[in-house]
Design a protein around this ligand. Structure first.
Ligand code: CMP
Length: 138
């Protein structure tokens, strides 16, 4: 069964010129694009996207970072797309959790500047896709 997930290549991925590499990894995995767009993120969208983290110590810098420059937002499709993207992204902590061969394991050192975001469940994906791509139909 096809599933969708919301992926962000965060501002560090864009400024470090890793967009092409990350998109190629997604394509090689076999996931397909239902939407793909370069975006500048408003404070309002950032706050809604990261609502579950409000109140955490890293929340203010997380919102500041995600709004600091353009990012690439995408909707990916494929069987078990949520888990498939999280597999190729690697764990949130790029040193302790992400293994070599994953996006974060290969290219990131910091838990904040960890290059990509992927929805953590199909339910989160539906919520996030509605936020980022309200015109995308099911
Ligand atoms: P992301 O998948 O975008 O979802 C929440 C983000 O918060 C996460 O990736 C990290 O970038 C960030 N994050 C999570 N934990 C920490 C932490 N302990 N310190 C700084 N940033 C964090």
């Amino acid at each position: 069964m096809t599933e969708r997930t919301l992926v962000l290549i965060k501002p560090d991925g864009v400024s470090r010129s890793l967009v092409g590499d990350i998109l190629a990894r997604i394509e090689r995995k076999g996931l397909t694009f239902a939407a793909l767009e370069l975006k500048n993120v408003s404070d309002d969208l950032a706050a809604k996207h990261y609502a579950e983290h409000e109140g955490k110590p890293f929340y203010p810098s997380l919102v500041e970072f995600i709004t600091s420059g353009p990012l690439v937002a995408a909707v990916l499709e494929g069987p078990r797309a949520v888990a498939a993207f999280r597999q190729i992204a690697g764990g949130t902590d790029p040193v302790e959790k992400a293994v070599p061969g994953t996006i974060r394991g290969d290219y990131a050192l910091s838990t904040q500047y960890n290059l990509v975001h992927g929805s953590d469940s199909p339910e989160s994906a539906e919520r996030e896709i509605a936020l980022w791509f309200p015109a995308l139909n099911d």
